[in-house]
Design a binder for this molecule. Structure first.
Ligand SMILES: C[S@@+](CC[C@H](N)C(=O)[O-])C[C@H]1O[C@@H](n2cnc3c(N)ncnc32)[C@H](O)[C@@H]1O
Ligand code: SF4
Length: 451
């Protein structure tokens, strides 16, 4: 049995969340539009692709927010952006040279819930010019409940949305005041009910711990409220306080933030409440009802890690559209230009708006697969891993053997053919994953706290 509280202080150093490997700070301009074009031309013509579309606008700015977004109370900038997105789709269609099947579409942000019904109609049409929607396509949208209007539900309907994610964060009024996000339980419940009534069969709720003024008591109340909404999935993230990157986070009084020990207690308490309510934990921060497809995928090791967190999406190719979007092919990652104005100007000039990326080496692919299994299943079947990756797997498997031998804190061990993070060490999975990250040794990037 490990002494978790002693470890919290030792392992609270910042580490990546490993939504990709290598992680985004290691992308560079060595990958450009020309590279992406050559990758796109080589993607499978038969396998479906996934598409992520980023909408970098919000009509409110929450102080805690770490997303790439801009506050606007006007609709015109959103409309202008959508015009450019449409142009990007045309450029993409030309680059692809064929019409791939679309298996999954996710609209994230920012707040895609700012889009009007006519925007969604156009977007669906333009997507239909470039992709063939599969009959079973999963179409999901991130929704800020404060955007709820009759037209919003019409807009989501027009898009064909069948999955939704709503942001809650916390229901406590003092916490909400400190993060500039007033949002009543009743309004959130109404949005959840309306989404279900329009046929959404998978509903996710985002909640946070580690927020200013949050205590175990306030968190318990928020978790009980979240559970009462009966979402199919819950994403429970630790608040990432990175004011050197996100200036508006300076509005948060740091003295009101829970310390690493308290964050640890909050995360464990919230997890316990969700498990008691019947949710199954997926990876480090997701929860799903046992009948949800993510929970079923977890049972047979089919959960993958991606930029949205965890997914049962098996697509090899992810196409990112919009400012800052990240895409992936089997050759590597590409990220669109982050600054919205520059992204728009590049698309208007007729060029694919690639800002940076990373071409995967064989070592990247193998370490990435190892880290993905650790972050998703907390274990790697070493025999199956070697069989799949051949002799090239020897280095990382050798490192795993050394890590298990030299780990005085019991964060990992080898049992039979399996390299494992034991149940009570799972909160430290990011730290264990970082031991297999070849880039951590090369260049220091600043990340959020591990716990
Ligand atoms: C694009 S927002 C969700 C959609 C919508 N804009 C809203 O706020 O309801 C994505 C999610 O990222 C999470 N998030 C944002 N900033 C974060 C931060 N600094 N630390 C941890 N999670 C964060 C929040 O849980 C948020 O719901
Ligand atoms: S949390 Fe959502 S609504 Fe708030 S600023 Fe971030 S993206 Fe916008």
């Amino acid at each position: 049995m490990i002494d978790k509280y002693a470890l919290v202080a030792r392992y609270s150093a910042p580490v990546p969340r490993y939504t990709s490997y290598p992680t985004a700070p290691h992308f560079s301009d060595a990958v450009d539009a020309g590279t992406y074009l050559s990758w796109l031309r080589q993607i499978s013509r038969t396998d479906p692709v996934s598409v992520y579309i980023h909408i970098p606008f919000c009509d409110r700015l929450c102080w805690f927010c770490g997303c790439h977004t801009k506050h606007t109370t006007r609709y015109e900038p959103v409309r202008a952006y959508l015009g450019v997105l449409s142009q990007e789709l045309t450029l993409l269609g030309e680059a692809l040279g064929f019409k791939p099947q679309l298996g999954q579409l996710h609209l994230g942000g920012g707040s895609p819930s700012l889009l009007k019904s006519w925007d969604m109609e156009e977007l669906r049409e333009r997507l239909g010019d470039v992709f063939t929607f599969r009959d079973d396509a999963q179409i999901s949208v991130e929704i800020d409940p404060s955007d709820a209007t009759t037209d919003l539900f019409e807009a989501l309907n027009v898009l064909g949305m069948n999955r939704a994610s709503i942001g809650v964060q916390d229901f406590d009024p003092a916490v909400q005041a400190a993060i500039n996000r007033p949002q009543s339980f009743e309004d959130t419940r109404d949005v959840a009910n309306r989404l279900r009534a329009m046929g959404v069969h998978s509903l996710n709720i985002d909640a946070l711990y580690g927020l200013p003024h949050q205590t175990l008591t306030t968190l318990e109340r928020t978790m009980a409220d979240v559970v009462s909404l009966q979402p199919d999935r819950i994403a429970l993230f630790g608040y990432a306080h990175v004011p050197w990157m996100k200036k508006h986070q300076q509005m948060i009084d740091e003295s009101s933030l829970p310390d690493s020990g308290e964050r640890y207690r909050q995360a464990r308490r919230a997890e316990a409440i969700l498990k008691e309510a019947g949710y199954q934990q997926i990876g480090i921060d997701h929860f799903a009802r046992p009948q949800d497809s993510l929970a079923r995928a977890a049972l047979d090791g089919r959960v993958n890690r991606n930029f949205q967190g965890y997914t049962d999406d098996p697509c090899e190719t992810l196409i990112g559209l919009g400012a800052s979007s990240i895409g992936k092919t089997r050759f590597g990652y590409v990220q669109n230009i982050t600054a919205t104005g520059q992204y728009m100007a590049t698309v208007r000039s007729g060029a694919l708006p690639i800002g940076r990326g990373l071409e995967l080496s064989e070592d990247d692919i193998i370490r990435g697969a190892f880290i993905e299994r650790l972050m998703s299943d907390f274990r790697v079947d070493m025999k199956a891993f070697r069989k799949h990756h051949g002799d090239a797997a020897a280095t990382v498997l050798g490192e795993a053997a050394i890590a298990a031998q030299n780990d005085p804190d019991g964060l990992c061990h080898i049992s039979g053919d399996s390299f494992e993070i034991p149940v009570d060490a799972r909160p430290f999975a990011r730290t264990v994953a970082s031991w297999f990250d070849a880039y951590m040794k090369k260049r220091e990037a600043r990340y959020s706290a591990a716990l």
